[in-house]
Design a protein around this ligand. Structure first.
Ligand SMILES: Nc1ncnc2c1ncn2[C@@H]1O[C@H](COP(=O)(O)OP(=O)(O)OP(=O)(O)O)[C@@H](O)[C@H]1O
Ligand SMILES: Nc1ncnc2c1ncn2[C@@H]1O[C@H](COP(=O)(O)OP(=O)(O)OP(=O)(O)O)[C@@H](O)[C@H]1O
Ligand SMILES: [Mg+2]
Ligand SMILES: [Mg+2]
Lengths: 227, 227
C-alpha cells in the first residue's frame, strides 16, 4: 500500500537548511498496524505529512496503492487524499466556527453522500468516541481531550483505507486512551491500515510493528516486542 | 498563596448549562508543587484558567496572594497576571507571526526590561529547553514538541511566583519530558509554586501533592505516594 523510496525533506536552503528527513525508505502493506516513535523533532510529523499527501518530499518517490503520488496534479492528489486517507493531526485543526457534528460531517462532502446520511454517520462516529452529548458544541467549548476525540471521529467517518494519527492520545487520560485504542484495533481488524505516531510506550506496545525515528532517519523497524 | 472558596463555573444556562466546575475549594501554599489529574472533561483546564486569572468563576471567590481576584478591574487583573503568573497552555497559543525568540520575549515587555536584557533572558530560557538553535524559527517551522517547549520557556522567562502548566509534556518524548521535569523541579526548589495538569502518571509522581478531579469536583487531594 505504502512505498517510500529514499524520501527526504529539507526546509530552507544553504546555511539555514533544516534536514527534517534524510533519505528514508519504508514499505507498509495494506492492513498493517504500525507505531512510529522517536524523540521530539526527529521527523515523525514530517514523514506523516508526506504519507498523508499533505506535503511533497524534496527528493525520492512515494507510491500509494501503486500510484506515484509526486507526479499527481494537485486536484487529483486532493481526491486521492479524500477517498483513501483519514488524518488525525497533532494539533487537531478543527474548524472553530463549526460544531463538533459539522466538523465530523465535513470529510463526507467529497464522497457525495446526502446530508441526512452524513449527519447519521457523523453522529455515530462521535458517539463512538464518547461525545454523543457534545454534538452541537464548537471546539472552544470543548476540553483538549474532547477536541482530540472530535479529530479522531472526523478521521474515521469516511472509512478510509489508511488512517494516519499523529499523537492521537496525547491529550487523553488513560481510560479514554484505552477506548480510543480499542477503536483503532477494531478498525485494523476490519482491514484498515493504521499508522500512529506516539510518545506513549503503552500505545506503541499495542501496534504490531514499531518504526523508530531519530534525527530524520529510521534507525529501527521491528515487530513490536510483546512484554 | 492560592485560596479557591466554593468556586464554580457554568457555561450556558437553563437546559443547555454545562457545569464545568461544581463548587470547588482548594488551598495551595507558596512553594508547593502540585499535580492536577483526572479524566478528559473533568474540569482541570477550567480550574487552571480561573487560577491563572484568565477566566472568572460563576460563583465563589478566588484569593491570590491575599487579594480577592474577582473584584479586581480588568487592567489591575492583567497586571497581577503579568507580574505573578506564568502559564503553559494545553494548546501552546504561540503567536504564529513571531519567532520562538520573539514569543519568549513577549511577557517581559510588561516588566519594563530593556530590549537587550529581554533578548538575553529569552535566549537563556530557550537554551534551557534545548531550543538554542531554533531561536529564529516561527511556530509553523517547529515540531509539536518544539512548540510546547517554546511555550514552557515563555512561561518561566519572567520568573513568576506561580507557574501553571496544562499538560506541559503532552507532546514530548520521555527524554525531553524528563529534562522539562528537571526544570520544574529546579524552579520549585528556588521557591516557585508549580501546578501542573497532567495525564502522565510518571509526571504526577514527581510532584509533592496530587489533586484529583472528576466531573467538575475534587474527589481526592493527597501527598503524592512515592512508589
Ligand atoms: N465555553 C464552553 N461552553 C460549554 N462547555 C464548555 C466550555 N468550555 C469548557 N466546557 C466544558 O467544560 C468541561 C470541562 O472542560 P475542561 O477543559 O476543564 O476539561 P479538562 O479536564 O481540561 O479535559 P482534558 O483533559 O480533555 O483537557 C468539559 O465538559 C467541556 O466540554
Ligand atoms: N517549515 C519548516 N521550516 C524549518 N524547519 C522545519 C519546518 N517544519 C518542521 N521543521 C523541522 O523539522 C524537524 C522535524 O519536525 P517534525 O515535526 O517532523 O518532528 P516530530 O518528530 O514530529 O517532533 P514532535 O515529536 O516534537 O512532534 C524539526 O527539527 C522541525 O523544527
Ligand atoms: Mg510531531
Ligand atoms: Mg484540558
Amino acid at each position: 500500500l505504502i512505498e517510500l523510496d529514499r524520501v527526504s525533506k529539507t526546509y530552507g536552503s544553504g546555511e539555514l537548511a533544516v534536514h527534517a528527513l534524510h533519505p528514508v525508505s519504508l514499505t507498509i502493506e495494506a492492513g498493517e498496524y504500525c507505531a512510529i516513535v522517536g524523540p521530539s523533532g526527529s521527523g515523525k510529523s514530517t514523514a506523516m505529512a508526506i504519507l498523508g499527501c499533505l506535503d511533497r518530499p524534496t527528493e525520492g518517490t512515494y507510491h500509494l496503492n501503486g500510484n506515484p503520488v509526486n507526479s499527481l496534479a494537485a486536484d487529483t492528489l486532493a481526491e486521492v487524499r479524500n477517498r483513501t486517507l483519514g488524518f488525525v493531526f497533532q494539533q487537531f485543526h478543527l474548524l472553530p466556527q463549526l460544531t463538533a457534528l459539522e466538523n465530523v460531517m465535513l470529510p463526507m462532502v467529497y464522497a457525495n453522500l446526502p446530508k441526512t446520511k452524513r449527519r447519521v454517520r457523523a453522529t455515530r462516529a462521535l458517539q463512538r468516541v464518547g461525545l454523543g452529548n457534545r454534538l452541537h458544541n464548537r471546539p472552544s467549548q470543548l476540553s483538549g481531550g474532547q477536541q482530540q476525540r472530535v479529530a479522531i471521529a472526523r478521521a474515521i467517518v469516511n472509512r478510509p483505507k489508511l488512517l494516519l494519527a499523529d499523537e492521537p492520545t496525547g491529550a487523553l487520560d488513560s481510560q479514554t486512551s484505552q477506548s480510543v485504542m480499542q477503536i483503532f484495533a477494531d478498525l485494523n481488524r476490519e482491514g484498515m491500515t493504521v499508522i500512529l505516531v506516539t510518545h506513549d510506550q503503552e500505545v506503541a506496545g499495542q501496534c504490531d510493528r514499531t518504526i523508530t525515528f531519530r534525527d530524520g532517519q529510521i534507525i529501527a523497524d521491528n515487530p513490536t516486542r510483546t512484554p
